[in-house]
Design a protein around this ligand. Sequence first.
Ligand code: HEC
Length: 216
Amino acid sequence: MASQPSYRPLQASAFFPDGRASRPLLPGTVSRRNHLADLPHLDSGRLTDLDTSRSAPLLGLALGTTAARLPEGNALKNYYSTFPFEVTLKDLKRGRERYNIYCSVCHDRLGTGNGMIVQRGFTKPPSFLTDDSRGLKYQGVTVPLQDVPVGYIFEVITRGYGAMPDHAAQIPPRDRWLIVAYVRALQTSVVPFSDLPPEEQKRLEKQRPSSGGSGQ
Ligand code: HEC
């Protein structure tokens, strides 16, 4: 085994006349990453001082968190609680399609965290419907994933979190927001069993299969 000689970025080198190991970019080189730098809300779920963009509601509903009422220093304040553009029903359907392609393999189609890859042994993600955010707990806030700001979900998709890989390269920003919208729709479409009226609980108990389902 031999170690191949290699340079770290911007290291000095005696080989090139300008003394730099990193070569200058060719004229006309196009950045793959920062072309959205003037649209901070679209490109990042995190609030920046530079942002002047207007935010739009999801299907006209205010589904964000109450960030304004949070105390200073609360990690939730760092994230957008609104979408960077108006999300229509057609958009939401695309979000569902993208979610089913990219996320359901681990998170399953309902978002309970029991996708096929998990059933084959991958780390089980939290349920979008009933569990607290692990990442925000790490930042000092205990909050159910149902209540996290939409910008936080966007950031998790963009950068990954813990055992979850990032999806920035395979999903363009607009589609990432549409997936977030669909995750929100999943989260708001499910009512906890205990919140159902007693007669409804009884009716559903009767229908429940005796052995556990797969959650798919
Ligand atoms: C390869 C499996 C995998 C895929 C694909 C995947 N996730 Fe995850 N996701 C995970 C795992 C595992 C965790 C928990 C990570 C941990 O706790 O270390 C997680 C956590 C999360 C969380 C919660 C973070 C927190 O603070 O607790 C969100 C939100 C999330 N994923 C959204 C998505 C969305 C949306 C997609 C699709 C774009 C997606 N994930 C695709 C495996 C996956």
